[in-house]
Design a protein around this ligand. Structure first.
Ligand SMILES: Cc1cc2nc3c(=O)[nH]c(=O)nc-3n(C[C@H](O)[C@H](O)[C@H](O)COP(=O)(O)O)c2cc1C
Length: 176
């Protein structure tokens, strides 16, 4: 292992999409800490266009699992964070900046979850129009706000593993 590996790099390198959750409960404090990590992300011109909806209602989680393609694992999660973004708050009210900023917030949440011994995964909502409309309707989200993803949260069972994606071929030193 590299001499540079510290707790932060360990969390980054050990992060994985967790799709199997144990029955252990997750606390409101833990969920708040995850959202706080999201808000620490870099954001264009410090505009912070993100909004977060924390869902713990079991029935709602089951509905998400049933309705979102590739979201079955939400059914056994203890909570989910829906990361949204507001183009009106984004730099230059620009759609791309709104999505980029909320994506960075999402990645922070995924890494923070790993660092706290929790598991999480990105379940796509945007840019699937059907999923965006469904989540908007279920959670009362205004038309101007884009729900980017649903991030299920829970304790991992240990069935999900890190994929080693390091690939020296995609690093171009100095020039392509
Ligand atoms: C934009 C985006 C959308 C994704 N959508 C889903 C999804 O709907 N369901 C899912 O199980 N995983 C989803 N993922 C997770 C990827 O499948 C996962 O990150 C990839 O397979 C690499 O695995 P890892 O996260 O364990 O490193 C998504 C990831 C991204 C970045």
């Amino acid at each position: 292992m590299s001499e540079y590996v510290n707790d932060t790099l360990k969390a980054i390198l050990n992060r994985k999409s967790v799709r199997h959750f144990s029955s252990q409960e997750v606390t409101k404090e833990q969920l708040n800490e995850l959202v706080k990590a999201g808000m620490a992300a870099p954001t264009t011109l410090n505009c912070q266009p993100w909004e977060f909806i924390v869902v713990t209602d079991k029935e709602m989680l089951s509905e998400f699992a049933y309705s979102l393609q590739f979201g079955k694992m939400i059914d056994n999660a203890k909570a989910a964070i829906v990361v949204c973004t507001d183009t009106q708050k984004a730099s230059e009210k620009h759609y791309d900046y709104a999505i980029i900023d909320a994506s960075l917030a999402s990645e922070n949440i995924l890494i923070a979850a790993e660092s706290m011994g929790l598991g999480a995964a990105w379940v796509a909502v945007h840019p699937k129009e059907v999923a965006v409309n469904y989540i908007r309707e279920k959670l009362n989200i205004p038309e101007t706000i884009i729900p980017l993803n649903v991030i299920p949260i829970g304790y991992p069972t240990g069935q999900d593993y890190v994929k080693d994606k390091y690939n020296a071929d995609v690093i171009h030193w100095e020039k392509w």
